[in-house]
Design a protein around this ligand. Structure first.
Ligand SMILES: [Zn+2]
Length: 419
């Protein structure tokens, strides 16, 4: 039967079993590990988890049995912040930065987000899909089985719809589940130059209603930052999105502390993402409003900054922390959650257990899927990884090499594109 398999003899079956809500405080360190663990999946769903000797006794005759040979098994990674659909790349800018140019200098000289917008608009829907499918295979190889996908490199109604249709087709043609977010408010497009308010009108009056009418997104996001969208514009865009029935996410306090975290709290956003510059008052506001912080250390590392978000302060404040890649062609060209685990431990002083919770069960709740994925418990989807390590902590410790031996999505071993 498709999607039916039993995995036996995991050195550690990292279940993340626990309360049916995002984990906070010390709960972030409780991984629900079963030693010499096993998992039984039927029709893509988890039927049982437990010690191998117990699961062996209830194995159906017709089921495929895999011996994990003392390796670690854990839930598939969930990447809650990614920009996977865009034309081309920014290798030239990457080389300029290696030569000393700053991210801001490159943006003012016509590079940055706008250069990717030009390449994305020039690409056909099929070309964008082919490029994104290649990237989806990278994510899968790095252990990601569910990911958010933002639009945001089209910046006009037609071009944003084109990107959102590509995301829908990625869902149909790859094993990964993509959760679509509308990010028309990623930057002010060139043709609106010095008329940013008119672009905000266009977002509110035309783009958001049409995206919702075509049912192409679950959430709406905005780049709330000096030179992009200020607090007033953010209130208008996210207010319209909420009224239209979308959930809210926000790029907040990445380059400057502009009160983004407090604004996300005020607007009732599901997540506030980045938060490199957020201060204590911002963190307190997020806690009060139950906004989940999505921290993106790959983008700090790749632009050569050392200002990582204050993860320890956020954990102490009781926030249900999430980690993600921020995969994009400019500031974070990595699809690798294992790389993010390494950065979380070395640069943000999160323990390996906290980091794993932040890319599994907490990430699942931030995407509205906490009841379906993010832990290995009966009734959830059989999305899990077999890793070439004996101890889960090794996943954050060794870095720069692939340690994922096998990826299962809905009980099937995942590989590439099924177009
Ligand atoms: Zn982003």
């Amino acid at each position: 039967m498709a999607g039916s398999v039993a995995i036996l003899h995991a050195s550690e079956l990292v279940t993340l079993a626990g309360p049916a809500r995002p984990r906070v405080g010390n709960e972030l360190r409780e991984l629900g590990i079963i030693r010499d663990g096993a998992i039984l999946a039927r029709d893509g769903q988890i039927k049982a988890v437990g010690p191998s000797e117990e699961i062996v006794r209830r194995l159906p005759n017709d089921i495929e049995v895999i011996d994990a040979r003392g390796q670690v098994v854990l839930p598939g990674f969930i990447d809650a912040h990614a920009h996977p659909v865009f034309g081309g790349n920014r290798i030239d800018e990457f080389e300029m930065r290696a030569g000393g140019a700053s991210y801001e200098e490159i943006a003012t000289s016509g590079g940055g987000i706008r250069s990717t917008v030009r390449k994305t608009r020039a690409a056909s829907e099929d070309q964008l899909l082919a490029e994104a499918q290649r990237r989806a295979a990278w994510f899968l190889r790095c252990g990601t089985t569910t990911m958010e996908a933002k639009s945001g490199y089209g910046l006009s109604l037609e071009e944003e719809l084109k990107i959102l249709r590509v995301i829908r087709r990625l869902n149909e043609t790859t094993p990964i589940e993509f959760v679509p977010t509308f990010l028309g408010a990623h930057a002010i497009p060139e043709e609106f130059g010095d008329r940013p308010n008119e672009y905000v009108d266009c977002l509110v009056d035309e783009m958001i209603p049409e995206v919702v009418r075509q049912n192409l997104a679950e959430s709406c996001d905005i780049f709330c930052e000096r030179g992009y969208f200020n607090a007033a514009a953010t209130r208008r865009v996210l207010g319209a999105a909420r009224t239209a029935g979308l959930k809210l996410r926000m790029h907040a306090d990445q380059l400057t502390n502009s009160g983004g975290a407090a604004l996300a709290a005020e607007l009732g956003a599901t997540t506030a993402d980045h938060l490199e510059q957020t201060d204590a008052a911002g963190i307190a506001a997020l806690g009060k409003a139950n906004v989940q912080p999505v921290l993106l250390p790959g983008s700090v590392y790749a632009i050569g900054s050392t200002r990582y978000p204050q993860a320890r302060t956020m954990i102490q404040a009781g926030l249900a922390i999430v980690l993600a890649t921020d995969f994009n062609p400019g500031s974070s060209p990595t699809p690798s959650i294992p790389m993010v685990l390494s950065l979380a431990a070395t640069q943000m002083k999160m323990t390996p257990a906290e980091a794993i919770t932040a890319v599994t069960i907490n990430a699942a709740y931030s995407l509205g899927r906490g009841g379906k994925i993010g832990s290995l418990e009966p009734g959830k989807l059989a999305n899990f990884l077999i890793c070439e390590v004996k101890d889960y902590r090794e996943l954050a410790y060794w870095f720069g090499l692939p340690l994922i031996e096998a990826v299962y999505v809905r009980g099937r071993r995942g590989s590439g594109v099924s177009a």
